[in-house]
Design a binder for this molecule. Structure first.
Ligand SMILES: O=C[C@H](O)[C@H](O)[C@H](O)COP(=O)(O)O
Length: 223
């Protein structure tokens, strides 16, 4: 099975989770990236049960609108019933690294506003310790060099993702060579640096369920 098939498989499993919810006025949180897009592609049959969606990127919003699925501002809805999104890395505690597609800030906001967060990924994303994938940090542009120096002091090697401006008008530093054995602590330390808008560690708001696509079928990990 190739990665696209594994992603389609977990996307279908996430659709089953959404279909099993009892309400018919669903408010869905929609993630960003290739796995989230596999999920969006399968939403058509559920359209009648969806009151609205809240999306974590302009790209996902466009895809949803193309399918005639409504997209709302988070401020216009209450709590989100369920959030479905991919990840760049996950550990067995369902803590994640996200932001490879630069959508981390809106993703963390929607995840925080959601009753349930289901993370979907192919099995290669599950790692014993987070940090092989460079950790994305969204930064206010004027603070880029200052924040980079503070990250070096924490032991990381930040690299400016020069070709990217986030949906919020900010820049991304990808931090290499961090062995993240204390995700909660590091998430807080990075947030405490003035100029950091958000970092891609999802430890405070980890996933509630991780669905992993494997050649033997979908594996589910829960907290
Ligand atoms: O900013 C992007 C997101 O965090 C994505 O969910 C993450 O990069 C995973 O993307 P993909 O499903 O394409 O591997």
């Amino acid at each position: 099975m190739d990665k696209a098939q594994l992603k389609a498989q977990v996307a279908a499993a996430a659709i089953e989770r959404v279909a099993a919810l009892h309400n018919d006025d669903l408010v869905l949180g929609i993630g960003t990236g290739s796995t989230a897009e596999a999920f969006i592609q399968l939403l058509g049959p559920l359209r009648a049960r969806i009151d609205t969606t809240v999306s974590s990127s302009e790209r996902s919003s466009t895809l949803l609108r193309e399918m005639n699925i409504p997209v709302s501002d988070l401020n216009a809805v209450g709590e989100v019933d369920i959030y479905v999104d991919g990840a760049d890395e996950a550990n067995a505690d369902l803590q994640l690294i996200k932001g490879g597609g630069a959508a981390l800030t809106r993703e963390k906001i929607v995840a925080g506003a959601s009753r349930q967060f289901i993370c979907i990924a192919d099995e290669s994303k599950l790692v014993p310790t987070l940090g092989a994938f460079p950790l994305p940090v969204e930064v206010i542009p004027m603070a880029r060099s200052y924040v980079a120096r503070q990250i070096v002091a924490l032991g990381g090697q930040p690299v400016w993702r020069e070709d990217v401006v986030t949906d919020n008008g900010n820049v991304i530093l990808d931090v290499f060579n961090l062995l993240i054995d204390q995700p909660l602590t590091l998430e807080g330390q990075l947030n405490d640096i003035p100029g950091v808008v958000c970092n891609g560690l999802f430890a405070l708001r980890a996933a509630d369920e991780l669905l992993l696509g494997t050649p033997d079928g979908v594996r589910s990990l829960t907290r």
